[in-house]
Structure formats: C-alpha cells, structure tokens
Write a protein that binds this ligand. Structure first.
Ligand code: SAM
Length: 310
C-alpha cells in the first residue's frame, strides 16, 4: 500500500476518535453521503451518452447518474481524501444489494422516517456481505472500510466521516434517477459494473489536468471560492474541453435570473457580477431540491453552463 493510503487511513481513524483538525485544507475532509443537488433536474441538459466526463463529487452519485445515462469514461476530481473509497463502497452496494437494502445501508438522516436516524446504517453484517466484492473492485477500499468497521461502530463511522447534509429518502428518490424506481436501480447496476473511474484526489485549483473531456461538472464549489479564482479555473478548464464540450460552472439553489442578490450570500449568487465574468454562460432552471419537498412551492434551482465553440 502507498504511503498516501497509510496517512489517509490514519487520518480517518483519528476522525473516528473525534479528533478534528480545524484548517482550510480540511474543510472538505468529510464525505457527502449523497448529492445535495437535483441531478435528475439538470442531467438532460448534457448529452452524456458515450462521452468522456470530468466531475467533482465525493458522494459518488454524480458518477452513478452519469453511468446510468451512458457516460463512458469518467474522471472524478475531488479534494475529499475518501472519495475513491466511498465510491467503491457504493458501487459494491449497488452491485450486491437490492434497492431497499441499499437504501437502508447508506441512508442515515431521517431514515426510515422523519426525526429518526437509521440504527441499521452501515450494519456490520451487511458490510461483511460486501467485503468479497469490495476486495475485487478495489483492494485499498476493502482495507480502508474493513479497518474502520473493525475499529469503530457503524454509527461512529457514519457520524464522524460524513457531512450531516443529507436529504431524506423521498427527496433523494427525486434527485437521483437510480433511486427513483426498482427498474432504474437495476439499470444503474448494469451500467456501473462497466465503470471504473479515474480518481484525481486533490485541489482542482492546483491540479494540472492534461486530458480533454466532453463534459465537466463543477458541482457548487464556486460557492466556497472567490469569483475571480473561479474565473481563472473556468478559463483554464476550457482548454480541457473538446469542441462543443459543455461545462457546468455552478449549481445554484433557489435562483432565477431575476433573483435579488443579498449581501450575505456567496459571491457567485450575485448574478449580475457572475454573468459579467462569464458572458457566454447560460442559466438553466428546473425544479429545486426544496421544491421537491413541497411540489406546491415550486422552488427553482439552476445550473450555470458554458458550451465551448467548435
Ligand atoms: C461544494 S461540495 C457540495 C456537495 C455537492 N453539491 C454535491 O451534491 O456533491 C461539492 C464537492 O466539492 C468538493 N470540493 C470542494 N472544494 C474543492 C476543491 N478545491 N477541489 C476539488 N474538490 C473540491 C468537496 O469535497 C465536495 O465533494
């Protein structure tokens, strides 16, 4: 095993002990258990089938959705050190479990009902069923989760290594097509079996990407960084797009073209400024995550996209 793997496992074990290092670099040490975006809402804006794609996302959900929609070659770039290990745990779960068991293994907050956290999350007897397949999929992931589940209770692992930001299952089923029905889940099983992503673990602002992609998804990282820094990144990443390739510059919650900016919001929500910096970008609206909670209040989320010319 590499020295990097040893350090990363050691850090994860220390996190489970409740030891946190407060620093900028550790802000995204924790894993997102599921996406916080309505991927179902925007995926059809991108012609994913047969394409080569670069995406951010430690939850692994972007990869599963891209695979379900026929994405061919997928690279994940993420600063969260556990991104690869969690993806392979999810892939093993998807391949081995039926939909209801997958949900009861991975969902924690408000599962199965609101105000109840899932006592069966990461249940050890179910993890043990995944171990043989995980071992074959990715040996480091097998060692990583084995060590954590042997050292701590499932609930401790779930609470310490993951962000709290998790929507309840009825919403996730609308945000993610692979959870929307048993048929889609089975389709995702078939598609994910063919996908072994490339993982670039580290800061996207420092990563010297060499390859070209048809699609680049930057999730909502723009919320956490100054707009000028995002401008440089987007300009640089345009060199990594194939002709007619498309980039999602940012996912924006509850935002329409005429939404009035509030001073305490992240800079990217200042649409006048953002669209000035990215004059060729397009704002596309769809049903928002909070709109999913209540269809009556049709909250609109948006993606800011940019298409490369020929
Ligand atoms: C901003 S977070 C929010 C969750 C996101 N909306 C989703 O649904 O996955 C998105 C992802 O960006 C990653 N991230 C944040 N800053 C990054 C950076 N500088 N380089 C690479 N990944 C980064 C985080 O680790 C996380 O997985």
């Amino acid at each position: 095993m590499s020295l990097y793997f040893d350090i990363q496992l050691n850090q994860a074990l220390r996190y489970c002990e409740g030891y946190y290092i407060e620093s900028e670099a550790k802000r995204f040490f924790q894993i997102y258990p599921f996406t916080t975006e309505n991927i179902s809402g925007y995926i059809d804006q991108f012609d994913v089938k047969g394409k080569k794609i670069l995406t951010v996302g430690s939850s692994g959900d972007q990869v599963i959705e891209l695979a379900l929609h026929g994405g061919k070659e997928i690279t994940v770039v993420d600063i969260c050190p556990q991104t690869k290990e969690y993806f392979y745990l999810k892939k093993a779960g998807l391949l081995f479990f039926e939909k209801s068991l997958f949900e009861s293994f991975f969902c924690y907050k408000d599962y199965p009902r609101v105000f109840k956290d899932n006592i069966n999350v990461f249940r050890k007897s179910n993890f043990q069923k995944l171990e043989p397949i995980l071992r074959l999929l990715d040996y480091e992931s097998y060692l990583f989760w084995g060590e954590l589940f042997n050292s701590y209770t499932s609930e401790i692992v779930r609470k310490h290594l993951f962000f709290d930001d998790e929507k309840r299952i009825s919403m996730l089923q609308k945000q993610l097509r692979y959870l929307s029905s048993v048929t889609q889940y089975h389709q995702a099983k078939e598609q994910i079996a063919k996908i072994s992503p490339t993982f670039l673990i580290g800061d996207i602002f420092e990563n010297d990407l060499r390859e070209k992609y048809d699609i680049i998804w930057l999730s909502n990282i723009a919320v956490y960084y100054p707009l000028e820094q995002m401008k440089e990144l987007v300009e640089r990443l345009q060199q990594n797009l194939n002709p007619l390739g498309k980039m999602m510059i940012c996912y924006l919650y509850d935002t329409k073209k005429d939404t009035v900016y509030q001073e305490d919001w992240a800079e990217v929500y200042n649409l006048e400024k953002t669209l000035n910096i990215f004059p060729d970008a397009k704002l596309v609206n769809f049903l928002g995550v909070e709109g999913i909670r209540s269809q009556k209040t049709s909250v609109q989320d948006a993606v800011l996209t940019l298409q490369k010319k020929r």
